[in-house]
Design a protein around this ligand. Structure first.
Ligand code: AMP
Length: 213
């Protein structure tokens, strides 16, 4: 019997691009993931099933082996820390930049800089490397609002087209890192299900190569 694989996929903006790559790799879900309320999906490959969860939960499922593989953004992986998993393929989808942003004309405060973000690990590392002590304010969304209402001096967020910042009177300032989605693998699955995992990883590598060169 072939080794069974579970792949954890993230809901939201990376889902369509992920499904396109999986389709190129010959894996198609039995139902429409975007419209269904189901969380577990069988595929045209008897040994592969998909689970659909929140992006920040993908590395957690893979870390504990509840999923053998997963697709998650580099931002989510850096925040998680990467324990128990390997990052195997840069899927080159959902590309964007992690940046600091703020008002163009705002003078620096005399005290500690207040930085609002959904990404405390990345933000802490970035300012530490700069030798700057900042006050981190953890938010769960709509970071752009924080400078407007005086909650923070700066934000750290993902920037794609820059339209969200612009619509709120903010500008991108410093580039922290490039982001894209990665295929991750549970460490134990790589050993125990080596053949099936290797086969899937190489199909996905080929799908990326065909899609983006
Ligand atoms: P944009 O207006 O195109 O610069 O997009 C910025 C907004 O979309 C911000 O709220 C970001 O948090 C979010 N965003 C941009 N790119 C991504 C991505 N690859 N993954 C998740 N969220 C993103």
């Amino acid at each position: 019997m072939s080794q069974q694989l579970t792949i954890a996929l993230a809901k939201g903006r990376i889902l369509d691009d992920t499904l396109a790559l999986l389709a190129r790799a010959g894996i198609e879900p039995a139902d429409n993931l975007s419209s269904s309320r189901k969380l577990v999906f069988s595929t045209n490959q008897d040994h592969i099933k998909l689970v659909l969860i929140r992006s920040a939960d993908v590395p957690v499922y893979v870390q504990y082996g509840a999923a053998d593989l997963g697709v998650a953004g580099k931002d989510v992986l850096r925040e998680h820390g990467g324990e128990g998993l390997y990052e195997r393929v840069d899927l080159k989808i959902a590309t964007c930049k992690m940046m600091t942003a703020g008002f163009a004309d705002r003078t620096r405060p005399r005290g500690r800089l207040k930085v609002a973000t959904k990404y405390p690990e990345i933000t802490r590392d970035f300012f530490l490397q700069q030798g700057q002590q900042v006050e981190l304010i953890k938010l769960y969304g709509s970071m752009e609002l924080a400078p407007i209402v005086g909650l923070a001096d700066l934000i750290v967020d993902l920037v794609d087209t820059g339209k969200t910042l612009k619509a709120n009177g903010l500008i991108p300032l410093e580039h922290i890192m490039d982001i894209s989605s990665r295929l991750i693998v549970n460490r134990a699955s790589l050993k125990m299900k080596n053949q099936a995992v290797k086969d899937l990883v190489s199909k996905m590598e080929k799908a990326v190569e065909e899609s983006f060169g």
